[in-house]
Design a protein around this ligand. Sequence first.
Ligand code: AMP
Length: 596
Amino acid sequence: MRFADLVAGYDRLEATSKRLEVRAILVELLKQVTPSELPPIVYLMQGELRPEFEGVELGVADSLAARAVAQATGRPESAVAESLRRTGDLGTTVEELLPSRSSRLAAEPLTVHEVYSELQRIAAASGEGSQETKVHTLVELIARASPAEAKYIARFVLGKLRLGVREMTVLDALSVAFADGSKEARGRIEAAFNLSSDLGLVAEATARHGLDGLRSIGLEVGRPLRPMLAERSPDLADVLKRMEGRAALEYKYDGLRVQAHVPAKGPVKLFSRRLEEISGQFPELVAALPEALRRRPAVVEGECVPVDLDTDELRPFQEVSRRRGRKYDLERMQSEVPVRLFLFDVLLDGRETTLELPFPERRRRLEALVQNTDRVRLAVQTTVSDLPSAERFFEEAIAAGCEGVMAKSLAEGSRYRAGARGFWWIKYKREYTHALADSVDGVVVGAFYGHGRRGGRYGALLLAVYDRAADRFETFCKVGSGFDDATLAELPAKLRPYEVAERPESVATELAPDVWFRPAVVLEVRGAELTLSPIHRASFGAVRPGAGLALRFPRFTGRWRDDKGPGEATTSAELLSLYRSQVRHVTKGGATEPET
Ligand code: AMP
């Protein structure tokens, strides 16, 4: 196909936003081209060179593109800049400045394949001298283009080609152009796309062999599939009803969804929920996965959550987002924000695709596949068939630092539905975790050395409340947030007078800090809420056997309570009444938060 014909189609697409019209234009376009031209055409239409998960980028900055336009049009860079100020779009500028094609050359018109391979050459140029290669290739391409063609090339190169053609509309058009346009045909085409995330692959296969062509498209290691999504429910009773009285419940971890592709040999690839490759940002997971899986190749899914490796407590989601998109300081971030991957599904087990198996069978496979390590664990799960058990599990999940539970259907039809949202998975979150009404005055009884940036200093302090009746200090949190650099630097000197070799008799805790202190120094903390914890000892057993109270996401307010001695700190009884008042206020549900 001549590139000019594609550009004529672009013009028509730009002129409408009506889905049916867009589809009709696409159908016409798709029917004109050979199957091998389809992948370039559908990728280009999405503003991409390859499927998005491959992360191929042209790497042409605005200034570089403007320079190429100046060279190709034979105008000074100042003239390009001047025009650009007026139009605000390099595409319009090049269309204006480029003389018509016939006045310049008699060479053959550009084909789609040629444009595509030159753009690939631009993307592939890297390392020393690559900027010059990119500019040079772009200049040559524009010099051979008509003004209208150059407009789209410039926009594409800058990532500003917005034709408004959504993936789903392309799938619609494929079903009309190469099958009978029925709902069933559309469904099968979409299923192939959900499994491969590759619009070009699906388009070419359908064009060559109709729906039969889709049979060859399956799950492949290294190529992400579109994730299965969950519906939501207002309460646990409703969840159970929808699941016909019996369901698997899992902790709903609050972190980043990760789809891990572990080949028999070669590098592990991690993909985000939006199918971007994020392997580079989590090298410790890449290293840990092969060890944690008993069989390979495998494709597994889980949630990557920040954890405190000393206490095993989960940390707030925001911390892990600091590790997203990072290219530098990876080492430091690994120790500053340690993460753990909680696996909840298996899609490929050895050479066998497990997508079609009902969920209970997949979970059995997952349990047989995974050996828990420091970095990789199975998501906590139980099966419930009555409301009180479901509620207990939900409270346990919250106490463990999760945002709620995920219910999963145990029915025969509970296969993995790539890219689909449905009631096979139902999320139920605590709607709102309110900041604790009051601050807590805690006594410092221990300290942990810092990791990474805080190396050589204290990274966190262990705090206790006072139990008057027993004359004992019972821990309720480990606090590392809220200290500025100056305070952190002063901590060892401030606390040294109280340092002791062993845990003082009067201190009750399951934790082993690096340094112990005699209870003396009091400071003020705030937190998100009080939860139940097996490792903290405050009001131990008062709410539930085997559990004490813990402050979730504690933060130093900056106030040292030098006016208070340890015996005047917050008491265990006060903490318990704070917990009880909070339980009465908690609203549960999941109906109002925005969709992500
Ligand atoms: P939401 O992002 O609120 O729509 O909730 C769905 C997300 O919860 C999924 O995309 C996962 O990232 C996450 N999640 C956490 N724990 C689980 C679990 N046990 N099973 C499935 N998804 C989970």
